[in-house]
Write a protein that binds this ligand. Structure first.
Ligand SMILES: Cc1cc2nc3c(=O)[nH]c(=O)nc-3n(C[C@H](O)[C@H](O)[C@H](O)COP(=O)(O)O)c2cc1C
Length: 205
């Protein structure tokens, strides 16, 4: 993704090598012909709109209360890695949280969601569902997440890869394989039901 800020000021609209590169990249990637895109303002405006929508550093926890007031639909807050934030999510009347580092794509060296999970699960208790994603690649990973306090896990890249390789059927097979691997792990760990999966199934190192 191109992250070059699209600023409006005279100072930052000076032509530099980087700004020319960015213009060319935008003209190449925007739908339509390269030369007409290069002369048009639309690619630059599209990137600017995307950047404004994608990243809003001005958002605060108060915006969640505002969001809550707009809808009765469940709101699941994603990206929680800290027990204090999990508590805030409960206080803001969120219906659930997703413990996630967004697949490790945001901050290099961020804590893994699995490492963050136990303290968050302890903080949340049975107040709201705790989901987890980032790095779930096997039935064993699902088992570990449930043992550490998750109610369910989510898949990101694996289902997209399956979709790319095998379409709808590919995704079905992926889910079946995860499920079979998970059930096998449960069986080999002596668990008949998911509510039997407990932390003491894992050995602390
Ligand atoms: C290409 C790509 C784009 C993503 N964009 C977003 C995003 O805009 N917002 C977000 O919360 N998470 C985003 N994610 C993270 C996923 O929602 C999800 O948390 C992550 O992929 C789960 O980890 P996994 O891929 O290891 O299963 C993105 C992930 C990928 C691979």
């Amino acid at each position: 993704m191109m992250q070059t800020p699209i600023a409006e000021s005279d100072e930052s609209s000076k032509l530099t090598l980087n700004s020319v590169k960015a213009l060319i990249q935008m003209a190449q990637n925007y739908p339509g012909g390269f030369w007409s895109n290069l002369l048009s303002d639309n690619p630059r405006r599209a990137v600017k709109t995307f950047i404004e929508c994608y990243s809003r550093p001005s958002l605060t926890w108060d915006d969640l209360s505002f969001l809550r007031s707009l809808t009765d639909l469940p709101i699941i807050l994603k990206g929680i890695l800290n027990p204090d934030d999990a508590r805030k999510a409960i206080d803001c009347n969120m219906d659930g949280i997703i413990v996630s580092n967004h697949g490790g794509r945001q901050v290099d060296g961020a804590i893994s969601s699995m490492e963050a999970l136990p303290a968050i699960a302890d903080e949340v208790g049975s107040n709201i569902p705790v989901l987890l994603d980032s790095g779930i690649r096997s039935g064993g990973d699902i088992f570990k997440a449930l043992a550490l306090g998750a109610d369910a896990v989510l898949l990101g890249r694996p289902y997209v890869y399956a979709l790319a390789l095998g379409g709808e059927q590919g995704v079905r097979e992926l889910i079946q394989n995860y499920r079979a691997d998970f059930e096998l792990t449960m069986g080999l760990s002596g668990c008949q039901f998911t509510n039997q999966i407990a932390r003491d199934h894992l050995k602390a190192i």
